[in-house]
Design a protein around this ligand. Structure first.
Ligand code: NDP
Length: 597
């Protein structure tokens, strides 16, 4: 029996009961690391590996990771006249997330006008409000070509060590392809979600049918292509999909059209809000894409999202809608009553309203009442990754599509021929794991290397009590190394590329400054790093990491992440304030807190 929509206390209790069902003692340990007998799940199905001679030279700037972080940094460096840039990437091309995630239906959830970096610089008009993966991959390649980043790139190459050479003020880099070269500067943009993980389901190794992870989609087996061509080879296949996160939501409608039968195994339903995608009209685009347009749009999105006071909402996507509703609810409070508890209560009211709407939408769309009930998310919207789709729920009305809800327990067992839930075996020919990516495992494990900085100090030791940096970019004891990622900076997770392009701009300005003034090293001072960390300790925690939320990677599977995680935050005054601060910091030319030698 579900609680009535206006009974807040009953809804709160339902949220807690659903969370409790899912809490597990093994937390993050429940997942399988893809090594040993599972290593083939990591093979690149998209690009053959090409033999090449190892590199033993020196470059001005080496960047680890060929996704948006590396592309944006490479682009800004080239714009600043620094062209000796080498990007090292484990995939067979640029694109990062969008290189690997080619599953059918893959699409960006943030509006492409702000999500796709360097649109103005490369002259590209996104084809849709929310671009699909092939267009984003092609855009990554466009950036690579536009800035001539292909010339010196190393693909299918994994860095094995990065060691600071004090005598020569440079980094020594070795890789799994026998490279052993040096770079004066390094950038790191390996991304937060790039190592696929498998669910630790008993018997997983015994399955004799076909199987793969969504980030290595096997089109040779399924037929079709990333553009959405029908997967004709599945017409006689019984397919199981494990997981119902953002990835699963996007590929289910495509599988539903193609398989003889599709069983979707669910542990926790996602919240599915309206997508409302549409093509971008070239005339409209021409009217808005006047000089400086993308920066204006980025700033407007962030102002609508995170601490700004934007008068208009240019972007109008799912994220700005979410923020607007919370703001409107808070604004209903008389000024004298805007206390923290009242504002939190207003936020909760906005959340109840939104989640009630999302649950009602399931009933409107899904014909079978029992299936509809299982597809309802009982937690606050930001407890898990919000999803937006206009064909996912509909797919469960297809007679060949079956939702197997595990009542929060997860799949019981995998056998040689199928999947067992609640004692029932579902025989299948193929298992597709939409089981997500490693989060919360040690950085050195996810990156594949540990940085060794000044005096042989390892980054893992420097960060043993939590991340320490200034701006999320500089780390004391690791000169000439720049981290390109959101944490300890803006931490704007609804549009990660904005964090990356701002960091990239900053790095290019600093390196240009060092070159122009004859400096060989850039390093944050110990006191400046400490001051930044002290500032971050005032950051309000994010609701997404609340232990009251249903478990998932947002909240360390519901377990206490320890004190170190308290530093995984952003600028206390919010993303808008951070970007303004950073702009002024770099424009001043003083680079307060850095030491140039
Ligand atoms: P997630 O980690 O979000 O989802 C993994 C799924 O596997 C969950 O539904 C999880 O259930 C389920 N699962 C894990 N173990 C078991 C088990 N033993 N039995 C049954 N089910 C199990 O991975 P995704 O790849 O979906 O998404 C990862 C992230 O990538 C997203 O959160 C998002 O940030 C990003 N992404 C962005 C997209 C975009 O912008 N458009 C599209 C796709 C992904 P449970 O929830 O209970 O843990």
């Amino acid at each position: 029996m579900n609680p009535p929509v206006n009974d807040k206390e009953a809804i709160r209790l339902k949220y807690l009961a659903e969370r409790d069902k899912r809490l597990r003692a093994d937390g993050n340990q429940q997942y399988l690391e893809i090594t040993g007998q599972f290593s083939h799940y990591l093979d690149d199905p998209y690009t053959p590996v090409v033999e090449r001679a190892p590199k033993t030279d020196h470059v001005r700037f080496a960047f680890i990771g060929g996704g948006f972080a590396g592309l944006a940094t490479g682009a800004r460096l080239v714009e600043a006249g620094i062209t000796d840039v080498r990007i090292i990437e484990k995939g067979g091309d640029f694109g990062g997330t969008w290189y690997w995630n080619r599953y059918p239906g893959a699409q960006c959830d943030t509006a492409s006008m702000i999500y796709m970096p360097l649109l103005e610089e490369t002259g590209h008009m996104p084809s849709e409000k929310y671009a699909h993966a092939p267009e984003i991959l092609a855009h990554s390649q466009r950036i690579g070509r536009h800035y001539k980043l292909y010339d010196n790139a190393l693909f299918h190459t994994q860095v094995s060590s990065l060691t600071w050479q004090d005598d020569d003020s440079c980094w020594r880099i070795t890789t799994n392809r026998g490279d052993d070269f040096t770079a004066q500067y390094i950038g790191l943009g390996t991304g937060p979600l790039h190592i696929p993980k498998l669910p630790g389901i008993p018997g997983i190794e015994s399955f004799r049918g076909h199987s793969f992870h969504t980030s290595r989609w096997d089109y040779a087996y399924t037929g079709g292509d990333p553009g959405g061509a029908p997967m004709t080879r599945l017409a006689d296949k019984r397919v199981a999909l494990i997981g119902t996160g953002a990835t699963s939501v996007q590929c289910v409608p495509h599988l539903a059209r193609s398989c003889q039968s599709l069983h979707v195994f669910q542990r926790t339903p996602s919240s599915i809000d309206i997508r409302n995608n549409a093509p971008i009209d070239p005339d409209w685009f021409a009217s808005v894409a006047t000089p400086g347009w993308q920066q204006r749009w980025l700033e407007n999105f962030t102002a609508n999202q995170a601490g700004g006071n934007a008068e208009v909402d240019l972007v109008q996507d799912g994220w700005t809608d979410l923020a607007r509703r919370i703001r409107e609810q808070i604004r209903k409070l008389p000024a004298t009553e805007r206390t923290v508890p009242n504002m939190l209560a207003a936020y909760e009211d906005a959340d109840f309203a939104k989640m009630n709407e999302i649950r009602a939408r399931v009933d409107e769309i899904v014909a079978d009442p029992a299936t509809a009930d299982h597809l309802k998310a009982w937690y606050r919207q930001l407890c898990k990754r919000p999803c937006f789709h206009d064909a996912y729920l509909q797919a469960f009305n297809t007679p060949t599509v079956h939702l197997v809800d595990t009542d929060g327990k997860g799949v019981e067992r995998i056998t040689e021929t199928g999947i067992v839930v609640g004692g029932t075996e579902y025989p299948v020919d193929c298992i597709i794991y939409a089981s997500g990516f490693e989060v919360g495992t040690p950085l050195a494990r996810r990156a594949g290397f540990d940085l060794v900085g000044r005096a042989g100090r390892k980054l893992s030791d420097h960060w043993a009590q939590g991340m320490r940096s200034k701006h999320g970019i500089h780390v004391h004891g690791f000169p000439n190394a720049f981290f390109v990622q959101p944490t300890q900076g803006a931490n704007l997770i609804s549009n990660v590329p904005h964090n990356l392009t701002e960091a990239a701009r900053t790095i290019a300005v600093m390196v240009r400054h060092a070159i122009d003034h004859g400096h060989r090293e850039i390093e944050v001072s110990e006191s400046a790093e400490t001051a930044w960390i002290d500032l971050l300790r005032n950051s309000p925690g994010r609701m997404t990491s609340s232990p009251d939320c249903t478990p998932g990677y947002y909240n360390n599977e519901g377990q206490d992440p320890g004190p170190a995680a308290k530093l995984n935050v952003g600028y206390p005054a919010g993303a808008t304030a951070y970007f303004k601060y950073l702009d002024a910091w770099r424009a001043s030319g003083l680079f307060e807190g850095l030491v140039f030698r």
